[in-house]
Structures are given as structure tokens and as C-alpha cells.
Design a protein around this ligand. Structure first.
Ligand code: XIL
Length: 595
């Protein structure tokens, strides 16, 4: 008995030492978690050579942002003389440890090289423009393909904001002398140059005090809204999140700002979080303050996990021993989740706890027909796409067949349950999963949907069930314009490859309800079959004779194939096609090209 107890306690001791890392917990949530890091950029000893620094960085974090090594004073110390050595070391470290790199930054009013201030005093805006373009082009070009996201312009807004747009801070790039652009033009220009140098990098504007609604956020929002509407390359906004005890953004305010940007199609990265505390002469904070700090880390992480618009979370430094806070805010310190000895603090535990317990949010409005993105109800066998917050694998996992030759209902740790029945999955990706509604929902008025990723369950939502809700697949994957339709020779029907009136096309759709004789979830459709419900169709508003309407042979049960004859007399050009199932029409705006 005694021996057995000892063995058990040994097991517990072992479990305790193999503590979950931030990186592991974040991977479960498909969330990149980062730290700012230094190498040897100011002639200091290379921090990457400190074993505890390097180990903490690589085991606890999946993302790395050079804290200083990509700034102007390091990268262009002499005019047109570039130095990438420190940043290259950080990038190589990240790559060796399978971490992604955020680039920081390309245009800022601070940490400029000594030559640039005097130069700017006599330079023309045209010369300044050339200098900035050359810098962005050279730096982004050097790291092309290695930096997944760039802070292109850093801290451009007035602080405090004046409330008068564009509310931009005076700087050599804006107006002293500026690069010859008015208003937000210099920021737009910087984004365009960065995009040209690496079209695949995500481009961000980064600033502080954007976390709460107010004049500063309004200025940022007005600018990015204009950028998005005009197609200026921008992907997101960095919220720095340098907090101090007693001065925090509210969860609702933060969520509101993330959601406002997400509605524009922009992401938010929490880029520089720390929570500085008052410290004694030994650099120690009180136990109570460390607990308050932990609560704030947990709260901000929770908001991030609850909002699909928040796509990365980063802290500003590896440990309290190398944080910028003591140097920049005398009397303050202890701002990060690891202490000076790289030991986890209460903030570490609270971050882990948030990542392990915050419920992924499932919103019924985000369960939509996979062909036309219309939601509100589901039909048996309908292919649906579900959008949601920070769940799913970081890269796309495509459908797999299980041992019965059916489309598997567990994919990369993902499941979608309808009344507890796992649905066949077409693909799973962070924030997006596509499933086939099980035929078991047929005849019900509603179904309870839940999402599971790596054993973390979302909330459940109740969605009305209808017999049919058809959607036609289109070539742009958005459910508009030319349909995903095949001519009789199985070539894609396009404006260049139209079909003559009197001939037929094969149309692909979903949401047509049950299949006559029943259907097995996830099984490939047999060579023929029929829908239970009546399928009709129109082309250009005219009834089109149906040759076949039923399961698409070889596709997963749930895909509807309709072969219809283009009515004689149909005019040439793109003509509207509508499929009706028991009278319920598919979306408008899908066309077939007629000769
Ligand atoms: C800080 C670094 O952490 C310090 O090492 C450096 O001396 C000054 O800059 N906002 C930013 C970061 O965008 O670049 C700043 O980093 C912190 C505030």
C-alpha cells in the first residue's frame, strides 16, 4: 500500500513538472502567442545566448517580434547602409523553433538613426519620400516571406487625441517635412510600398490607447475605414496594451473596438501587452498586485479568445528581467508573466486558465449555407460553413475518409455536433469549419449545434430546421456570378465556354433536403438517385426542363446535382439560374453562360 502511494505521488510530481506551456495552451486555441525579443542589436551581449531566455522564448511562445532589431536606428544606421544582422539572428531563432515572426516597425517617430534628424531638417518632401520608400522596400524585401505581419506605421496618432481628424502626430514622415502627402496619405503610401515589397505579408497599423472607445480609436477607425473602402492594402490593427494597475480598458469597450474593425474585415493583434506594477528597491511587487495583474492578463486574453477578430496575443518581453518597463517607467516593473528568474507568475497561470477554459463562441448567425453564405436555418444534408472564434487547426485540414469510406466527422481535433451527432466535416481551419448537417435532423423543427475543438466545447445554439434551403455553388465561392456548372462535355461553363439553348448544364447546389430511400451521413452518393422533395428550376425566369435532380454521383451525400435543359429561345449572355426545392428558391445572382 505504501509503495503504491509513493508511486502515485511520483506520478503527480511528474505531471506537475511537465506543466503546460503558454505555447501549448495557445496552440489548442489556434492562437499565435508571442513575445518581443532582443538579440545583440545595440552591441549588448546576445540575449539569445542566455539559456533561460532562449528556452523560455522557444517553449512558451509561438511568435516572436524583434523588440528593437528591426527599427530604423538598427537597420539603417547610416544613410543607405543597412544592417540586418541582429534581426536575422532573431528570425533564424524563430525559424529554428517553428515560430512566426511579426515585423516591427517600418515608419515611426522614435528610435531613428542619428543621421536622419539633421537630414530631415533640410530635405524636401520628395527626398523624404525617397528615403522612406527605399527603407521600406529594402527592409521588407530583405525579410520577404519570413515576416508574416508587419507593423508598417507605428504610433501615428496624437496622444491624447485632439478629436480633429486626421489627428496624426507631428513627425518627419507626416509634416516635418513629411513625404509630400496630405492627411493620412503618408500612411497609405507606406502600406502600398510594404505591400509591393511583400504581397503576402499582413500589414498593420500599431498604436497605444486604441483599446478603449474614444477619440483616438475614432481617428484610427476613420482612417482604416477609408483605406478599406478604397482598397489600400491593410489587414489589421495592433493594440499595444501597455497597462498599469488601475488603468484598464473595459472588456466591453475592447470587444466593441475589435468588433468594429472585424466588421471592416480587419484583424486585431494584441501586440505589446504588459501590466506594470509599482516595485520596491529590489524590483519586487506586492503579492496582491501580482494577483490583480493576473486578473488583467486573464481578462484581456478572454476578450481575445471570445472575438474572432482578435488573431494574435503578444507580451512585450520574455521575462521581468528584460522588460522595458523599469528603464522607461522608474519605480515600476514586474510587468510580464515570467519573473526575473524566468519562473511563471500568477499572470502565467491566469493566461493558461483563460486558454483552457474560455468557451469558443458559436453564434447561430455564423452558421451558413456553404454555397451562398445565407443562414437562419438548416436542412438535412445541407453543407454548411460555420465561422467562429479562435478554434480549429492553424492550417487547413481537408476532408478525410474514415475506415467505412465515409467523410470523417472528426478532423484535426474538430467536431460539429447536431443534437449530439457528429457531422461529416468537409474542412476545418482556425475560425472556420464546414460540415454536412446530419440527415437525422429531418422532420425536426430545430437542432442544437455545438462545436468542439481539442475537447474544448463551445456554447450550444439552437437553429431552426427546414425541409430545404437550397444554395447554388458559384465559381467565386461566394454564391454570386457565374455558377459552378458543367457543360455536357464536363468543362466549366464560362463566358468563353457558353452553352447553346436547347443543350443542358449540370448545376451543383446544396440544401435540397432528404434523399429518396434515405442516405448515409458522409457516404459518397451512388451513381443515381432522387431527392424526396420536388426540384424545379428557371433560367432567365423561364421554367427549365429537369433531366436529373438528385445526389451528385461520387460527391458526399448532401451535394445536389441538377441537370437542366436551357430553354430554347433563351437569349445569349449570362442568364439567371434559380433552383427551387418544394418551391423554396436558391439565392439570386447566379448565372449560366448561354451562347
Ligand atoms: C521599446 C523597447 O521595448 C525598448 O527596449 C526601447 O528602448 C524603446 O522602445 N511602443 C512600441 C515599442 O511600439 O517599439 C516600444 O519598445 C514600446 C512602446
Amino acid at each position: 500500500m505504501l509503495a503504491r502511494l509513493t508511486a502515485l505521488s511520483l506520478v503527480f510530481a511528474f505531471c506537475g513538472s511537465a506543466q503546460t506551456t503558454l505555447r501549448q495552451a495557445a496552440a489548442q486555441r489556434a492562437l499565435p502567442i508571442g513575445a518581443a525579443a532582443d538579440a545583440d542589436e545595440y552591441g549588448q551581449a546576445n540575449k539569445l545566448n542566455i539559456p533561460a531566455y532562449a528556452t523560455t522564448l522557444s517553449t512558451q511562445f509561438s511568435m516572436l517580434e524583434p523588440e528593437n532589431a528591426m527599427k530604423w536606428d538598427v537597420t539603417q544606421p547610416g544613410q543607405n547602409t543597412f544592417n540586418f544582422e541582429p534581426a536575422d539572428k532573431l528570425v533564424a531563432f524563430a525559424q529554428a523553433n517553428h515560430m512566426v515572426v511579426r515585423g516591427h516597425n517600418l515608419c515611426w517617430h522614435s528610435q531613428l538613426p542619428a543621421w536622419l534628424g539633421p537630414y530631415a531638417q533640410t530635405a524636401t518632401p520628395a527626398q523624404m519620400s525617397t528615403v522612406l520608400q527605399n527603407h521600406i522596400n529594402t527592409v521588407v524585401g530583405h525579410f520577404q516571406g519570413q515576416v508574416f505581419a508587419w507593423d508598417v506605421v507605428n504610433e501615428p496618432f496624437n496622444d491624447p487625441a485632439t478629436g480633429v481628424l486626421p489627428d496624426l502626430r507631428n513627425s518627419i514622415w507626416y509634416n516635418q517635412p513629411g513625404i509630400g502627402q496630405s492627411g493620412t496619405g503618408y500612411i497609405e503610401q507606406a502600406l502600398r510600398w510594404a505591400h509591393a515589397a511583400d504581397p503576402n505579408a499582413l500589414l498593420f497599423i500599431n498604436d497605444y490607447n486604441l483599446e478603449a472607445p474614444g477619440a483616438k480609436f475614432n481617428a484610427l477607425y476613420a482612417m482604416v475605414k477609408d483605406f478599406v473602402s478604397r482598397g489600400v492594402p491593410i489587414n489589421g490593427v495592433g493594440f499595444e496594451m501597455h497597462l498599469t494597475l488601475g488603468s484598464y480598458p473595459s472588456s466591453t469597450g475592447l470587444a466593441q473596438n475589435i468588433q468594429a474593425l472585424y466588421a471592416l474585415g480587419l484583424q486585431v493583434h494584441i501586440t505589446e501587452m504588459d501590466v506594470r506594477l509599482q516595485v520596491d528597491s529590489n524590483g519586487n511587487a506586492s503579492a496582491a498586485d501580482l494577483q490583480s495583474q493576473a486578473a488583467q492578463y486573464q481578462r484581456i486574453m478572454t476578450v481575445c479568445l471570445q472575438n474572432p477578430g482578435c488573431t494574435a496575443f503578444q507580451v512585450w518581453g520574455v521575462s521581468d528581467g528584460n522588460s522595458w518597463i523599469p528603464g522607461s517607467f522608474p519605480g515600476f516593473g514586474a510587468a510580464l508573466p515570467f519573473d526575473v528568474n524566468y519562473q511563471p507568475k500568477p499572470a502565467f497561470n491566469s493566461l493558461i486558465s483563460a486558454m483552457q477554459t474560455v468557451t469558443p463562441t458559436l453564434n447561430s448567425a455564423n452558421i451558413v449555407n456553404a454555397a451562398n453564405y445565407k443562414g437562419g436555418s438548416v436542412a438535412p444534408g445541407e453543407l454548411v460553413t460555420i465561422f467562429g472564434a479562435n478554434f480549429g487547426p492553424p492550417s487547413l485540414a481537408g476532408a478525410q475518409l474514415d475506415s467505412n469510406g465515409r467523410v470523417a466527422s472528426t478532423l484535426s481535433g474538430t467536431q460539429v455536433l447536431f443534437d449530439g451527432t457528429p457531422a461529416p466535416l468537409i474542412y476545418s481551419l482556425a475560425g472556420q469549419v464546414s460540415a454536412v448537417v446530419p440527415y437525422e435532423v429531418a422532420g425536426k423543427t430545430q437542432t442544437v449545434v455545438q462545436y468542439v475543438y481539442n475537447n474544448v466545447q463551445s456554447n450550444t445554439v439552437t437553429v431552426p430546421v427546414v425541409p430545404a434551403v437550397p444554395g447554388i455553388f458559384s465559381q467565386n465561392s461566394l454564391g454570386t456570378g457565374p455558377g459552378s456548372m458543367l457543360n455536357p462535355d464536363n468543362t466549366l461553363n464560362t463566358a468563353q465556354n457558353p452553352i447553346a439553348a436547347g443543350s443542358y448544364v449540370q448545376i451543383f447546389a446544396t440544401g435540397a433536403g432528404t434523399i429518396a430511400g434515405g442516405a448515409v451521413d458522409g457516404a459518397p452518393a451512388p451513381g443515381a438517385g432522387a431527392q424526396t422533395l420536388t426540384v424545379t428550376a428557371t433560367v432567365n425566369g423561364v421554367n427549365a426542363p429537369i433531366l436529373y435532380a438528385g445526389p451528385a454521383p461520387g460527391e458526399v451525400n448532401g451535394v445536389l446535382q441538377v441537370d437542366l435543359t436551357i430553354p430554347s429561345g433563351t437569349p445569349s449572355g449570362p442568364q439567371a439560374v434559380v433552383v427551387l426545392v418544394n418551391g423554396v428558391a436558391s439565392q439570386g445572382g447566379v448565372t449560366v453562360a448561354v451562347k
